[in-house]
Design a protein around this ligand. Structure first.
Ligand code: SAM
Length: 290
């Protein structure tokens, strides 16, 4: 696929529209269309696919997604300074780009894609300061299966490692890994060095692919969150201690009975329990408080 879409180079776009990066908006831009092309391809093949992008900025990834053949890109951008630059891309790809000026944290995603025919995927170089909040929101989507069929997202490497962690990587495994494993299969696809961004961040980034599980592990997300919060808040303690005082549906749970019912040794620590174990604890906690 040609890397030339006839639009000006991104550095020129940023200069022409005076888009000096703002730290408060997590702005680290990608100017290399080969790299954005690689990210877009990780989300592909894109024929017939509508891609939701958060934070298009000057439009590097947006252009790559369109060049890779996305049927449509719906891009939510909070920085009004970027809108004129994005409108130029919109004109170059008639009817294939919809820019939504707004805050991703306030966006109703199902409403956003309500009229879309065919599959929807998420692809974004996320602003680091809100990346985890957005991911948790997408993972907690209800009903399930969610409105997206795949997510390809950029995070700081350290966050990416927590997202894909299992009990085998104890130091990284925690609430985020459980929530991710509960609803998706996640893996790190590749790293992106700081030098790829303008301005360069201090840390390496990673592209993570998350595919919703076809057979969801059934339990209440709210209760799973309560159980993992309690267990990992004191991650060095044994579960018989860390789950003491766990409250579900307004009722305090007896930690020892819960662990026994789930067949999990009371001497285990949170980081030794896999996702299925936490799902079992959440399901039993719900039954015990129903
Ligand atoms: N996609 C561009 C790229 O790869 O070069 C920019 C990525 S930059 C890391 C993050 C983008 O998210 C910025 O354009 C920023 O303005 C935007 N952003 C930050 N907070 C946002 C929010 N709450 N809602 C929507 N966009 C936001």
């Amino acid at each position: 696929m040609s890397r030339d879409d006839g639009l000006p180079p991104l550095r020129d776009v940023v200069q022409a529209h005076d888009l000096a990066a703002k730290k408060s908006l997590g702005q680290n831009f990608l100017f290399d269309l080969n790299l954005t092309g690689r990210i877009a391809r990780a989300c592909g093949p894109l024929d017939d696919v509508t891609v939701v992008e958060v934070g298009p900025g000057p439009g590097g990834l947006t252009r790559a997604l369109l060049m890779e053949g996305a049927k449509k890109v719906i891009a939510v951008e909070r920085d009004e300074r970027c809108l004129a630059a994005l409108a130029e891309i919109e004109r170059a790809y008639p009817d294939r780009l919809k820019i939504v000026a707004g805050d991703a944290l306030e966006t109703n995603w199902r409403e956003l894609v309500a009229d879309v025919q065919g599959p929807v995927r998420l692809c974004a170089n996320l602003p680091y300061n809100i990346g985890t909040v957005l991911l948790v929101n997408w993972l907690e989507s209800d009903p399930w299966p969610p409105w997206y069929e795949r997510m390809v997202l950029m995070f700081q490497r350290e966050v990416a490692e927590r997202i894909v962690a299992s009990p085998a990587e104890r130091a990284d495994y925690g609430r985020l890994g459980v929530l991710t494993g509960w609803r998706t299969k996640a893996r790190i696809l590749f790293d992106v060095p700081p030098s790829a961004f303008t301005p360069p961040p201090k840390v390496t980034s990673s592209i993570v692919e998350l595919t919703p599980r076809s057979t969801p592990l059934a339990c209440s997300g709210k209760i799973l969150t309560a159980v993992t919060a309690s267990a990992f808040n004191q991650r060095r303690k044994m579960l018989r201690q860390s789950l003491k005082g766990l409250s579900v549906n307004g009722k305090t749970i007896d930690a020892l009975s819960l662990l026994k019912a789930a067949g999990i040794a009371e001497t285990k620590r949170a980081e030794e329990v896999d996702v299925e174990g936490f799902v079992a604890l959440a399901r039993l906690a719900e039954e015990m408080t129903a």
